[in-house]
Ligand binder design. Structure first.
Ligand code: F6R
Length: 608
């Protein structure tokens, strides 16, 4: 959500902070700021709006220095104004803090601090933390941070600098990621590796409850009891090119077009075509443990939850194990039935989503084995799960998830294949599915090659105010995903339904102004969905139909047809979702929306 970057080293800190904040802007973009130690003095510059506004503020009133921290904000406490932008200063102006997360007991702390004479100039919980650190300061910044954090309830990733110790940055994490970047004589602090990738690929991830102290001579980690922590340096696998737009107008478009490659990467080395199964190295489950599983719970949020719905159908079909799919935010607060024979599959692109992480911890606490389907290597879910399948889709920067979705469905297919082949899925059926997976990258490419035709359809509907997306079977979750893509980036109201459910209410909405997108590949429920298309046509609705072959029965029923290649039923939602991503993208662009930074949203929802 929010982003943190810090630097200590020989270079001028301001361009490094600004460069890092621009890389983090996809995580939160309502305001930004920096605090720089300028000849021992703490100077802050903050601005509401995009990083460009902060650059303007720095242009008008420059600061220089070799140590500093920066932040890009996604508002929780208080509206996105200059005065609520981070960094926040303590009352005496000696301590500056940037913070991701939420201090839950900030109200009580604020009252106590006010009684001691502290004055607050923002609505934020972060300013309270800055004052608390000032209050705890007795000569050592890291000790003051530790003492203050002991009084805090909530989640945080923080970076702190002080004019009292102008050669130091202190960072801490609890529920919000933080890492140290290491390069020759320079040290970085960041909430996300992309912020510092231009300078180093060598990073040290902080674990929950850990503190980092950076000076110009090095860095050290410790736990909340001040015991030293040793952690090896890891090298990030991707480079700068992976987080750049590479000639595309938007990250979202780049990521849609990357899917032939990213799906191939998810599959790489994992398919066993002859045996009709998959090889998944990171499951950490013995044959016996796999055979013992008698229930699967899939938990996730948003797009990842949609891929989970497809996973449910696949696992039940191939492996005959009962599956429940739960919104992580609901699962964590109810009393679910979980045993030590439950496999909890946790799906998350970022690996940091607060609700999903909490749901995973709850499932673990109740005895389930947890399996993370995660894209971001080294993320919290990936570090805390019992086993996992990395998606290998590369960094997803566009706020609307696209390539992660296709990779999630592919990873779930690999898992269902493995579970199925261990039980009663025949080798012949296993081979058919494995071959269909193998063919997917090239099939996705053929859909992308037809993007101009989808752009033309988008032009016809850019002024629509409502959309319905209807699908059945494996394509019902894809309908939900298509509707989510459209609403989040174009702000057009869109709903996804199982096609036959339309008769039970939504059909009242159908008139000549209502575009209805049907997901109707030639699968087991094709004949059924044709009746639903007829029902919409009979009421004057406009139809955009995704099909996979010449279907005489559809003649006269389609205002627009989008063709996708044929595949096995269970993989058709991967192919059907590609034109839906393009449709949403082109409609949003034609409406003038900022698709990479849609209003109110942020990548990676690290608050509850
Ligand atoms: C929608 C979208 C969100 C995420 C959701 C979960 O395009 O991106 O709905 O899917 O916030 O995020 P992860 O997968 O990172 O846990």
């Amino acid at each position: 959500m929010c982003g943190i970057v810090g630097y200590i080293g020989p270079k001028n800190v301001v361009p490094i902070l600004i460069g890092g904040l621009k890389r983090l802007e996809y995580r939160g973009y309502d305001s930004a700021g920096v605090a720089v130690l300028d000849r021992g003095e703490l100077r802050t510059r903050r601005a509401a709006g995009k990083i460009a506004m902060l650059e303007a503020a720095l242009g008008a009133d420059p600061v220089v220095g070799h140590i500093g921290i920066g932040h890009t904000r996604w508002a929780t406490h208080g509206p996105p104004t200059d005065r609520n932008a981070h960094p926040h200063l303590s009352t005496d102006g000696t301590i500056a803090v940037v913070h991701n997360g939420i201090i839950e007991n900030y109200g009580t702390l604020k009252t106590q601090l006010a009684a001691k004479g502290h004055r607050f100039s923002s609505d934020t919980d972060t300013e309270v933390l800055a004052c608390l650190i000032q209050e705890c300061y007795e000569g050592s910044l890291e000790d003051a941070v530790v003492a203050a954090l002991r009084l805090v309830e909530g989640t945080y990733g923080i970076a702190v600098v002080s004019s009292r110790e102008p050669q130091k940055i202190v960072g801490a994490r609890q529920g919000s990621p933080l890492l140290v970047g290491v390069s020759d004589g320079q040290y970085f602090l960041a909430s996300d590796a992309s912020a510092i990738l231009a300078h180093t690929r060598d990073v040290v991830y902080l674990s929950e409850g850990e503190i980092a102290v950076l000076t110009s001579g090095g860095y050290r980690l410790m736990d909340i009891d001040a015991a030293p922590v040793r952690r090896s340096v890891e090298t990030i696998a991707w480079d700068l090119e992976a987080i750049e737009r590479g000639g595309y107008d938007h990250f979202m478009l780049k990521e849609i077009f990357e899917q032939p490659t990213t799906v191939a990467n998810t599959l790489r080395g994992r398919l066993r075509l002859e045996e009709g199964t998959s090889k998944l190295g990171g499951l950490n489950l013995s044959h016996e443990q796999l055979m013992e599983i008698d229930q699967v719970i899939i938990t996730a949020c948003g797009t990842s939850w949609h891929s989970g719905l497809i996973g449910e159908l696949m696992i039940e079909d191939m492996a005959r194990i009962p599956v429940e799919v739960e919104y992580a935010s609901e699962f964590r607060y109810r009393n679910p039935i979980v045993t030590d024979r439950t496999l909890c599959i946790v799906i998350s692109q970022s690996g940091e989503t607060a609700d999903t992480l909490a749901a995973m911890r709850e499932a673990k606490r109740r005895g389930a084995r947890t399996l993370g389907l995660v894209n971001v290597v080294g993320s919290t879910i990936a570090r805390e799960d019992d086993g996992g399948i990395y998606l290998h889709a590369g960094p997803e920067i566009g706020v609307a998830s696209t390539k992660a979705f296709s990779s999630q469905v592919v990873a779930l297919t690999l898992l269902a294949l493995k579970l199925g082949r261990k039980r009663n899925l025949s080798v012949a059926r296993g081979r058919e599915i494995a071959q269909a997976l193998d063919a997917l990258p090239a099939q996705i490419q053929t859909i992308l090659d037809a993007a101009p035709a989808i752009e033309a359809i988008a032009a016809a509907y850019q002024d629509a105010t409502n959309f319905l997306y209807l699908g059945r079977g494996y394509n019902f979750p894809a309908a939900l995903e298509g509707a989510l893509k459209l609403k989040e980036i174009s702000y057009i109201h869109a709903e996804g339904y199982p096609a036959a459910e339309m008769k039970h209410g939504p059909i009242a909405l159908i008139d000549e102004k209502m575009p209805v997108v049907f997901l109707a590949p030639h699968d087991a429920v094709f004949d059924k969905i044709v009746s639903n298309i007829q029902e919409v046509r009979a009421r004057g609705g406009r139809t955009i139909v995704i099909t996979s072959r010449d279907e005489p029965v559809l003649a006269g029923l389609m205002d627009h047809e989008i063709r996708i290649p044929e595949t096995v039923d269970l993989l058709s939602p991967v192919l059907a979702s590609i034109p839906l991503q393009l449709l949403a993208y082109y409609i949003a662009v034609k409406r003038g929306a900022n698709v990479d930074q849609p209003r109110n949203l942020a990548k990676s929802v690290t608050v509850e």
